[in-house]
Each structure stands twice: as structure tokens, then as C-alpha cells.
Design a protein around this ligand. Structure first.
Ligand SMILES: Cc1ncc(COP(=O)(O)O)c(C=O)c1O
Length: 413
């Protein structure tokens, strides 16, 4: 017989578990909080995470894998890998799509393909996942962190301009949460100052601006196909570019720089995607549109939940932009809203709702970037404010009405 949340919560074993979780979480005095939780009929049957991977039908996966098993071609640009590259070119509307083992490997290969001078500086945003800055440092270059625009939270072209030194050779903009960078502004600075431009499009799969694919702007765009992303291959990455010369270097760097059996043209790494990962990608791609539709609906629901509430705002609406529907970032102004981001985050957590403070801490806070020799941080007032205010809500087709009620109740207290 199906039990209600209330019945589950009242079970002695569950209450014991709850007391243990509360006592070890350091949230509040155990007895008081335990009483409070067990008296409130909030559903805690399973945790609700910020992301939930789409997954293909297992029998379809088996069918694809039977071919792999029979040929024993399991990696190194196998047939499934090549088919997925073709399907992604068509889906994203780009001439070149190169698959990688991860988004981070793809970023490293993209940066290496530019052939920058040793010790060059690359300007980027600190409001991003660690991989953006780490890829720069890993390649031996110096990340220089500049501020973001207040509304879009993406790299501010004016801040980039003031961060340029005589060692600057490239800029990496990040379409953070799926909000597109000021592409025209960044392209303009890079053209005038003779800088290369990469976009970290990890959050922007399928985004378009006025009908143009986000994968067609700048020199190179890099996508993550990690399981937390809208379209994924469990682990994986993708590079798109409109520049055929760069495409060839990127392909070589991905495979140890090997041009032929007898010839190695450049220093490269193993960035290849296996047939198993490509199979997941081929089966996930047709599922993406339904997931986007479910998330677009959830976005509307969240938007109405916060509408007219002082101190709450979400992602900037950008005219002409088809959103990737990757994240739903909520920006909480503690003075106006009356509660801090961390209060709400902890309360969500106590109710099994795992919202994420993306991105806090920011890259310029990380230990490896504290030395002036490694990085240079200008004043970043917008990032410094936003990093304590942003909270990404659970955002996927597994978020149901009861979850939304819980989220809304917690936000309304
Ligand atoms: C903005 C950004 N860049 C790069 C990456 C790295 O991608 P991956 O985890 O596939 O290596 C991520 C992953 O979450 C990301 O969010």
C-alpha cells in the first residue's frame, strides 16, 4: 500500500534517521528542529537535486552496444562517434563539431589550438565553474579575472578592455547559466585589440541568438556534455568552430598530435570520446526537445512564484535568444527579501531540496589563484555581490507539483 509522506515521516526508524541527520548537520538544536520537521507533512521520500540526467531506454542502448561488441571498435573515432558528430552539426547548425572526453579536455585543447605565446594572459570571468580558469592555468597561461555585467552576469566588455595588458592574447567569455554573453561587445573589443575569443558554452547547448547558433560565434565554442548538462553523454565535451584551420589543429591535439602512423605534428593529449559515450549521446539527442519543453514550463512556474516579490530576480530575458534551459538562477537581495541566500539554501537542504550556490566560491577565491604571480584580479564588485546571492533551483523534468509547493512554501516564510 502506498504510504503518504506524513506516514513515512512518523515511522520510528525515519524519525531516528532524521534526528541523526539534524544532530550531525549543525543546523540547529536537535530536539527543537526534529520536532518541527516531524510535525510538518513535507515530502522527503527522495532528495531533489539541482539537475537530473535524461537517460535513454536501456534496450535501445543494448541494441547499439551489440554492434560495438560485434565489431570491437570501441573508441578512436568509431562509427557511433562519427555519427554523433554529424548529428550534432545538423542539430546545432555548425560546420564543425568535434567530440571530446570532457568539457575540460575540450577547453584545454581549444586554448592550445590558438598557439599563444608562453606566459600569455587570458581574460575571463571568475563567476564560472573551476574548469574555465583551470584550463587556462593548465595550459601554462595566466587567467586574469574581470567583472561581469550586473544584469546578464556574463563578462563585461568594458571590464575586459581595462584588464588588457601588453601580455593579453585571448578572452574567454562564459554563457553562464545559459544567459548569452554580450557577444557583439566582446567581439568588438577582441577585433580592435587583436585578441582571440573563445566562448565557454558549457551551459548553452542549443542556444541561438536571432537564429544563429551560439556555436558559431568567436573563434571557438566549447560545450560540456557532462551528466548535469541538458544534452549529455555521461561524460563528454564538444568543440564547434567556423574556422577550418582551427578545426584541424583541434582534431590533432585531441589525438596526441598524431597526423599519421609515421607523423606526429604537435603536442597533444588523449581527449577522445569512446563509443559507449557516443551511443548515449545518439540516444539522448532525440530526448532533448521534450526536456527543453518541460524546463521552459518550469521556468514559467518559477517566474510566477517570484513575480512581484521584492528582493528576488532571475535570469535576464534576452530578446531574440533561444535559451538552452540549463539552469534557473535565483538572485536574492538579503536586505530587500529579508533573508539571506544561505538561510534559504540551508532550509531547502533540511527538506531534501539540494539547490546549488553556483558559483560560490568564485574562481578568484580559489587557493591556486591567490598568488599575484598566477593571476591578477581587478576590482570585481558585481561578482563579489552576486556570489553571495545566487542560488540555482532544481531545474529538470523530474521537478513535480509537490516539489514546487515545498519550494514555494519555504520561499514564502
Ligand atoms: C561553465 C563550465 N565550464 C566548463 C565545465 C567543464 O565541463 P566538464 O565537467 O564536462 O569537464 C563545466 C562543467 O560543469 C562548466 O559548468
Amino acid at each position: 500500500m502506498k504510504q503518504t509522506c506524513w506516514q513515512i515521516l512518523k515511522r520510528p526508524l525515519y524519525q531516528k534517521k532524521l534526528r541523526f541527520v539534524i544532530a550531525t548537520s549543525g543546523l540547529a538544536r536537535p530536539n527543537k528542529t526534529t520536532t518541527l520537521l516531524v510535525q510538518r507533512p513535507i515530502c522527503m521520500e527522495s532528495p531533489l537535486y539541482v539537475a537530473r540526467p535524461i537517460l535513454p531506454d536501456l534496450s535501445q542502448l543494448n541494441e547499439l552496444l551489440e554492434d560495438v561488441w560485434s565489431t570491437r571498435i570501441v573508441t578512436n573515432e568509431g562509427p557511433l562517434h562519427n555519427r554523433l558528430e554529424e548529428e550534432l552539426k545538423a542539430y546545432l547548425g555548425v560546420p564543425v563539431a568535434k567530440l571530446f572526453a570532457s568539457g575540460t579536455t575540450a577547453l584545454i585543447c581549444a586554448i592550445r589550438s590558438l598557439g599563444l605565446t608562453e606566459g600569455a594572459e587570458i581574460i575571463t570571468t571568475p563567476l564560472t565553474f573551476a574548469a574555465t580558469a583551470h584550463a587556462i592555468a593548465f595550459c601554462g597561461y595566466k587567467p586574469v579575472f574581470a567583472d561581469v555585467c550586473e544584469q546578464s552576469l556574463t563578462l563585461d566588455p568594458a571590464a575586459v578592455e581595462t584588464a588588457i595588458s601588453d601580455r593579453t592574447e585571448a578572452v574567454i567569455g562564459v554563457h553562464v547559466y545559459g544567459t548569452l554573453c554580450d557577444v557583439t561587445g566582446l567581439q568588438d573589443v577582441c577585433r580592435r585589440r587583436n585578441l582571440r575569443l573563445i566562448f565557454d558554452a558549457a551551459h548553452a547547448f542549443g542556444s541561438q541568438k536571432d537564429g544563429t547558433s551560439v556555436g558559431m560565434v568567436g573563434d571557438i565554442s566549447v560545450f560540456s556534455l557532462h551528466a548535469t548538462k541538458l544534452f549529455h553523454t555521461l561524460e563528454g565535451g564538444l568543440i564547434t568552430t567556423g574556422n577550418p584551420q582551427l578545426a584541424e589543429s583541434i582534431r590533432l591535439i585531441r589525438n596526441f598530435g598524431i597526423a599519421s602512423e609515421e607523423q606526429v605534428d604537435m603536442v597533444g593529449i588523449n581527449g577522445k570520446m569512446s563509443e559507449l559515450h557516443a551511443a548515449i549521446g545518439l540516444l539522448n539527442l532525440p530526448l532533448v526537445e521534450a526536456e527543453i519543453a518541460a524546463r521552459a514550463k518550469l521556468r514559467q512556474t518559477y517566474d510566477s512564484m517570484i513575480a512581484g516579490r521584492p528582493g528576488l530576480r532571475s535570469q535576464l530575458t534576452q530578446p531574440g535568444v533561444k535559451l538552452s534551459e540549463q539552469y534557473y538562477p535565483l538572485i536574492i537581495d538579503p536586505e530587500e527579501f529579508g533573508r539571506t541566500r544561505d538561510d534559504i539554501y540551508e532550509e531547502f537542504k533540511a527538506h531534501g531540496i539540494y539547490a546549488r550556490r553556483y558559483f560560490w566560491p568564485v574562481c578568484s577565491d580559489f587557493a591556486p589563484y591567490q598568488s599575484e604571480k598566477v593571476h591578477s584580479v581587478q576590482a570585481i564588485p558585481v561578482v563579489d555581490k552576486i556570489k553571495d546571492r545566487v542560488l540555482c533551483l532544481p531545474f529538470h523534468s523530474g521537478v513535480k507539483v509537490n516539489h514546487i509547493e515545498n519550494i514555494s512554501n519555504i520561499m514564502s516564510k
